[in-house]
Write a protein that binds this ligand. Structure first.
Ligand SMILES: [Zn+2]
Length: 248
């Protein structure tokens, strides 16, 4: 991926915290190519792990099938192994992680270990009413997992992914009946998590605006925080004219 010049300054962890439907996935997909760093989405990773049929995948599948949340330990393991991959060395966007204070503490140590000094946290702030209306209109590509919003004009037409042409489907957990429970679960963990990050610096984003506006704000914040070069590129100094040169 091509990276803008300023992003060479330091690897960054960009952390998106917000309820389901607040636009984290949409924004991650927008800013990731601009920043030249990958998105690490825990939802997607867990789904992929389940499909892979690995031992870890089977464990995750059993937990999800029982309706429970994946434990902090297991989630930390999955994320840590992903962040150690080489495409994450210049930074990454975290979507859906950390979800609890225990995970956030684990991540703080992991960032030190991975030598990722910059951490920018965005809180996607949105009302429950807006979340409900967004989630009930939300569609996802069955193949690549990209999120789309059902437009009012689409009618009964089948909607297709503009990247791979696959059918867009409603996610079963976006069912209107599940949403209050998901929001309750989110808030229970998010309140202490946001307290943790507010003490360390956290940007509040008004998430009920257009994706363009939100993306612009995220990029402005990230670039304004990229002022401390970690590596100073040194070029051999050109010899000043008229200076005597010595050779041995
Ligand atoms: Zn797709």
């Amino acid at each position: 991926m091509k990276r803008p010049e300023w992003s060479y300054l330091e690897p960054k962890a960009i952390i998106l915290v917000g309820p389901p439907g607040s636009g984290k996935g949409t924004q991650a997909a927008r800013v990731s190519p601009v920043l030249g760093i990958p998105t690490v989405s825990t939802g997607e990773m867990l789904r992929r792990e389940c499909q892979s049929g690995s031992a870890l995948g089977h464990a995750v599948k059993a937990i999800l099938a029982s309706g429970q949340l994946v434990s902090d330990d297991l989630m930390n393991q999955v994320v840590a192994s992903r962040l150690r991959e080489s495409d994450c060395r210049n930074g990454f966007i975290l979507d859906g992680y950390p979800r609890t204070v225990a995970q956030a503490r684990f991540l703080e140590n992991l960032l030190v270990e991975l030598n990722v000094p910059g951490r920018v946290v965005f809180h996607f702030d949105i009302s429950n009413k807006d979340v409900v209306s967004r989630l009930t209109r939300r569609l996802q590509c069955a193949k690549c997992g990209r999120i789309f919003s059902m437009s009012a004009t689409a009618g009964d037409r089948e909607m297709l992914c503009d990247r791979d042409g696959s059918t867009l489907v409603h996610r079963p957990d976006d069912d209107a009946n599940c949403i209050p429970e998901r929001l309750r679960l989110y808030e229970k963990n998010a309140n202490p998590l946001l307290r943790f990050y507010r003490q360390r610096g956290c940007h509040r984003i008004r998430a009920n605006r257009s994706p363009e506006e939100v993306a612009r704000e995220i990029l402005a914040v990230v670039s304004s925080e990229s002022t401390t070069p970690r590596v100073v590129f040194s070029r051999p100094r050109a010899k000043a004219a008229g200076q005597p040169s010595y050779s041995v």
